[in-house]
Design a protein. Structure first.
Length: 204
């Protein structure tokens, strides 16, 4: 899989799902089975004011054996039991943790490795790149207060602070600018045959 910078040059990750998913599962298992039980990760999670899966009540997720991977959705929110049968596996999303690391400036390679293991580049690297771009878009599109609210999970898991995007590169900024322009074009319905690129070609 390509590096973080190469992912950021695309409006969405160009991912081979057959190759990506096993690496994502590796990150998922590492986070639940090892990282969340380590003191450094617990300390940083406390500092960022986000509960780890094992801390969630009333349905803590202690390991990957009791969880089902989901890259999107609520972080470790349990589904209620159905009838008299045991409830389904708890669904844990890694995205809220990636978002909180990005928003607080703690998304260094060393920290990402500590949270998600040695396969983090292949497993959550593309998601990390997208969340960095989303953070840039959020800052550009609205006020600080609304950005803050967007990164709060709940009243007791609010984001304690926001920092400018950590170590943004020129390539990353240019890619975000290009994608932002695409978004503005979509707002004006400049899509498909009306896209600026198509119109420019027709005018030649």
């Amino acid at each position: 899989m390509s590096s973080s910078t190469s992912h950021s040059r695309q409006s969405k990750p160009d991912v081979n799902l057959a190759e990506w998913y096993p690496q994502f599962q590796s990150c998922y298992r590492y986070f639940l089975d090892h990282a969340q039980h380590s003191t450094p990760v617990q300390a940083l999670a406390a500092y960022m004011n986000i509960r780890l899966p094992y801390q969630r009540s009333p349905d803590p997720v202690i390991s990957s054996a009791s969880a089902s991977p989901s890259p999107t959705g609520a972080a470790g929110r349990a589904k209620p039991p159905s009838g008299n049968n045991a409830g389904p596996a708890q669904v844990v999303s890694l995205l809220p943790y990636i978002r909180r690391l990005v928003a607080t400036g703690h998304d260094s390679p060393e920290i990402l490795r500590g949270f998600f293991g040695e396969d983090w580049v292949g497993g959550i690297g593309s998601l990390h790149d997208v969340e960095r771009r989303n953070y840039l878009f959020a800052a550009k599109s609205t006020s600080w207060m609304k950005v803050k609210q967007a990164y709060d999970l709940s009243p007791d898991e609010s984001c304690p602070f926001l920092t400018p995007l950590r170590e943004a590169t020129e390539d990353e900024i240019q890619a975000a600018e290009a994608t932002w322009s695409e978004w503005l074009a979509m707002q004006d319905w400049m899509l498909g045959p009306r896209s600026p690129e198509i119109i420019k070609r027709k005018s030649r």
